[in-house]
Each structure stands twice: as structure tokens, then as C-alpha cells.
Design a protein around this ligand. Structure first.
Ligand SMILES: O=P(O)(O)OC[C@H]1O[C@H](O[C@H]2O[C@H](CO)[C@@H](O)[C@H](O)[C@H]2O)[C@H](O)[C@@H](O)[C@@H]1O
Length: 266
């Protein structure tokens, strides 16, 4: 996949947003920068995407972020994104390493109870495993036989997912129970305010990314990765196309900033 093989309307939208005075570029991680794989610990990003995001973050008037469902520490370790890229974990609520300690003791207790209960309920089911995070626990079923995975998901849905103070998110072969409400759209808006962005490009593949797509408007560009209903105006099939699109955005933005292409009002 090359920039030239992106659909023409998307190529035009990318060229347009590249010409905004203060640009914000934000990507989801799994399924967007990193292809989906069986083992979450092995989900590494496409190097071309990492390079493009790093280069974009080095340009003037250009802010870059990644908002992921992952714990911030895991996102930082796995993504290898440079320090100039703003990383936000836990579906948009984890901005810094002290996040878990800032939760009140009742919330921390609920989080521990959730993990213990989920371990008893599904932790020993073949192919099912837990991913503990600072304010949530994800139950993965990708490695389980389909019927086994579905019954584990059902046990979680009808069990701890019903507890008071628990927020449920279902994703790709995963159900996540959190003790705080999460919203990637809030995180996107915070980055937008900090950057005083005049337009944003957001790219994501999963249900939690829809909350970010819902915040887009005006000159913004939303790109859904993969199939399925989405609020995003544009879509691409997979992470290779995301890499091509980011490369195209980088080339357009560089050219515009250096005056090689027409600036509005010139
Ligand atoms: O918001 P994201 O960056 O897209 O994170 C969403 C979840 O991604 C991870 O799980 C998903 O990707 C795994 C690796 O490809 C895959 O094995 C799993 O089935 C997917 O659900 C991550 O492990 C979760 O913590 C994130 O919430």
C-alpha cells in the first residue's frame, strides 16, 4: 500500500487537513498502529507509522498523540513512540504514571475485588486470560475455543459487569471492566485544547474510538480502520493503509509548511 493507492476522497481530505495552521494528529494503538495479534504483549506497531508520527511530532505547529485502551506503561513500552508523541492510556483517562495512586481507596478496593473475582470466575478457563490495568481488568478470549470464549464473556457480563460502580467496554475478543468511566473523546478534546488545534485527524478501529469520532466536526478528519458501522467519514482496510496515510500526511504537511504548496490567503 502506498499513498497513491489510498482512495481519492481520503487523499484529498488528508491534503486538506495538512494545510491547517495548527494540526492535531491522534491515533488509536491496537488495530490502528499495531496489527491485531493473538498475544497482546506482542502487538508491535508498523515501523513506518512510528516513523511518520515521530516526524510529524517534530514539525512546527503539529501535535501528535496516541490514545489507547492499554495501560499507559504498556503503551509506552510496546509502541516505541518518541517522547514528543503524547501518550494517553486506559481508554483516555490515564495521562500520567501517578494515575492509579490518585484513585480514592474505595475505587482501588473495587478494582482489586474485580480482579480477584474475575480470576476465580474465568482465570483458569483454557485460552482465557486477564490483563490487569490501573483502573480496570480486561478479560481476553481470543485464544479460547469460540464456545468457551463466548461462555466466559457471558459469565463476566452476567457477573461482575453488573456490579455498581463498574463500567463495561466490549472490544475485539475482549471484555473490560473498569472502576472509572472512560472516554477517548474527552482525551482528544483535552489534546485539542492544549494544542489550540485548528483541525484534528483521528484514526481508530474499535468501539471505544467511536467516542472520539463523535467529537470531530468542521475541518476535522475521522478515519475508521476496518469494516463496520462508524461515525468516521473515511475508512481504510488495515494498518498498512494507516501507515500509507500517515506518510502522505507527513509529506503534505512538510510541503505546506515549507511553502511548496499554496497556503490559504496567499
Ligand atoms: O484502544 P486500543 O489501543 O485499540 O486498545 C484496545 C485493546 O487492545 C488490546 O487488545 C486487542 O489487541 C490485542 C493485540 O492485538 C488482541 O490480542 C486482543 O484480542 C484485542 O482485544 C489490549 O490488550 C487491550 O488492553 C486494549 O484495551
Amino acid at each position: 500500500m502506498t499513498a497513491g493507492s489510498l482512495p481519492a476522497p481520503l487523499r484529498q481530505a488528508v491534503a486538506r487537513v495538512a494545510r491547517t495552521p495548527r494540526l492535531l494528529v491522534v491515533c488509536d494503538y491496537d488495530g490502528t498502529l499495531a496489527p491485531i495479534v493473538e498475544d497482546p504483549a506482542r502487538a508491535v506497531p508498523r515501523p513506518e507509522s512510528v516513523r511518520a508520527l515521530g516526524a510529524l511530532a517534530g514539525l512546527p505547529e503539529t501535535t501528535v498523540g496516541a490514545i489507547s485502551g492499554r495501560a499507559l506503561r504498556d503503551l509506552a513500552a510496546l509502541s516505541g513512540l518518541p517522547a514528543e508523541v503524547h501518550l494517553i492510556g486506559s481508554h483516555g483517562v490515564e495521562f500520567d504514571a501517578g494515575f492509579a495512586h490518585a484513585l480514592d481507596s474505595e475505587t482501588q478496593t473495587l478494582r482489586r475485588r474485580l480482579e480477584a473475582d474475575l480470576e476465580l470466575l474465568v482465570g483458569q478457563t483454557p485460552g482465557v486470560f486477564l490483563e490487569p490495568k490501573p483502573a480496570s481488568v480486561a478479560v481476553h478470549v481470543r485464544r479460547a475455543e469460540p464456545a468457551v470464549g463466548e461462555s466466559a464473556l457471558e459469565a463476566v457480563r452476567s457477573g461482575p459487569a453488573q456490579w455498581e460502580g463498574v463500567y463495561v467496554t466490549e472490544g475485539k475478543a475482549v471484555i473490560e471492566l473498569a472502576v472509572v468511566e472512560t472516554d477517548k473523546g474527552e482525551a482528544l478534546d483535552m489534546l485539542r485544547r492544549q494544542a489550540r488545534a485548528t483541525a484534528a485527524l483521528f484514526v481508530g478501529d474499535d468501539v471505544t474510538d467511536e467516542k472520539a469520532f463523535a467529537r470531530l466536526g468542521g475541518p476535522d478528519v475521522g478515519v475508521k480502520v476496518g469494516r463496520g458501522e462508524s461515525l468516521a467519514e473515511y475508512s481504510v482496510p488495515d494498518t498498512a493503509d494507516v501507515a500509507a496515510m500517515l506518510a502522505s500526511l507527513l509529506a503534505e504537511r512538510r510541503a505546506w509548511l515549507s511553502g511548496e504548496t499554496h497556503r490559504p490567503g496567499d
